[in-house]
Design a binder for this molecule. Structure first.
Ligand SMILES: [Fe+2]
Ligand SMILES: [Fe+2]
Length: 337
């Protein structure tokens, strides 16, 4: 059999830091992809899923930290925790603006919160193998989800059609800053999964669960936004709309999405084979939101800073210090490899 082990591209590794960001939503229109509510709302689903989803990543990874026996991986995971905490907050900050525009996401976010906090949350399991099993299962789920966050990050960094159609620059910057950090840290979740377990059967099983859940939640979210958009008398969302938007280049293409499946399931897969760290880092160096330029613009205009201030950034989350070292009782998931 040819490659049966992940083939890592070492040059794609970079040290991770959580950047302080700020965005100002006052001037972002409801349909920020002009004339395309479906593409707008399909991407808007990120604002529904990511606040709870990325808080859950952080929650799970804090439990895994005591079981990491590789210093570089531990540093990567701490950097990952810091970045995901900021992502979660940045998308959460879009929701009040959507409410002001007449689109209250609360009924949907309540379901998403239940999904991550209850269904995928800590369970009342006896110490030992059951708790270790559930932790490994969730680490593998996150690795599968991160395959798609990296895919989407790479897509949005290269989605020139959104620029050509005049998409709102503030929203594009949020998506590209986030997408760039997803590309930057795309190997961490997979490396952590390989460190604590690495079972191929678990990789396949959790990919199937994660992919099904993402498709289910995403199409529900897109339908929710389309049906509740106050400017659309008969808003609908269908797979055909998604496919067509992909051919226009305003959403990821369905063939590209399908081709990403066997890549993740290949035994030779490693996230460093996909996307470009150099491109991600270059965007991050120029991102207005990640370089305080929106802050400055707001101050110049005399507006209140609605960005992420130090209080909300929560320094403990930012650098991963002070994280709970009381991991799940019972045996460490498989040690370093
Ligand atoms: Fe993220
Ligand atoms: Fe991520």
């Amino acid at each position: 059999m040819s490659n049966t082990r992940p083939v890592k591209v070492a040059s794609e590794h970079t040290a991770l830091t959580a950047r302080k960001v700020s965005f100002a939503w006052e001037e972002t229109p409801l349909h920020w992809v002009p004339g395309d509510p479906f593409a707008t709302h399909t991407i808007n689903v990120l604002h529904l899923l990511l606040p709870a989803g990325e808080r859950w990543f952080v929650h799970v990874y804090k439990q895994v930290l005591p079981h990491i026996h590789d210093d570089r991986l531990r540093e990567d995971v701490i950097g990952f925790i810091g970045q995901e905490a900021v992502h979660s907050q940045a998308h959460d900050d879009v929701l009040p603006h959507l409410r002001e525009l007449g689109l209250d996401p609360t009924p949907y976010t309540a379901q998403v919160d239940w999904f991550f906090e209850k269904l995928l949350g800590d369970r009342t399991l006896p110490p030992g193998k059951p708790r270790a099993w559930w932790l490994k299962e969730r680490v593998a789920l996150i690795a599968a989800i991160e395959h798609y966050t990296a895919f989407l990050g790479d897509w949005v960094l290269n989605a020139g059609e959104l620029d050509r159609r005049g998409a709102d620059p503030m929203m594009l910057d949020l998506l590209r800053w986030h997408g760039a950090e997803e590309v930057e840290h795309r190997s961490v979740a997979f490396d952590l999964f390989m460190h604590v377990d690495g079972s191929y059967r678990r990789r396949v099983r959790t990919w199937a669960a994660a992919f099904s859940a993402l498709v289910f939640l995403w199409q529900r979210g897109a339908r929710f936004f389309m049906e509740n958009d106050p400017t659309l008398p008969d808003g609908r969302a269908s797979f055909r709309d998604f496919y067509r938007a992909g051919t226009r280049g305003v959403l990821p293409s369905t063939p590209d999405l399908l081709r990403s499946i066997p890549r993740y399931l290949s035994r030779a897969y490693h996230p460093s084979q996909e996307g470009s760290t150099a491109q991600a880092v270059a965007y991050l160096a120029s991102s207005p939101g990640a370089n305080g330029l929106h802050d400055k613009a707001m101050k110049d205009k005399g507006l209140d800073d609605k960005g992420l201030d130090d209080k909300r950034m929560d320094d403990k989350r930012m650098d991963g210090k002070g994280v709970d070292d009381n991991g799940p009782d019972g045996p460490c998931p498989k040690g370093g490899r």
